[in-house]
Design a protein around this ligand. Structure first.
Ligand code: ZN
Ligand code: ZN
Length: 83
């Protein structure tokens, strides 16, 4: 079931250490095999630029500063943030 979910995403991220597909959980990628955590960067599905995260009253909104405005949580894409 997890594999089906991962396949539906456009990008599958793999663990740098053991090459397992990573699971996205709460803003970070987690490797189920070696428990490595990788920070995830929310990006705009339209322009693939990093999104500004707005937190208010326990809700999280994602805002694109490149003309796409508020991005609904369902459309936000995540990529590993590169240091
Ligand atoms: Zn791993
Ligand atoms: Zn955008």
């Amino acid at each position: 079931m997890l594999n089906t979910l991962l396949r539906r995403r456009k990008v599958t991220i793999h663990c740098e250490k053991c090459q397992q597909p990573l699971r996205l959980s709460d803003g970070e990628f987690i490797c189920d095999r070696c428990s490595a955590h990788y920070p995830a960067q929310p990006v705009c599905p339209d322009c693939h630029q990093p999104l500004t995260v707005l937190k208010a009253c326990g809700a999280v909104d994602y805002f694109c500063q490149h003309g796409h405005g508020l991005i609904s949580r369902r459309r936000v894409q995540f990529q590993p943030s590169t240091p």
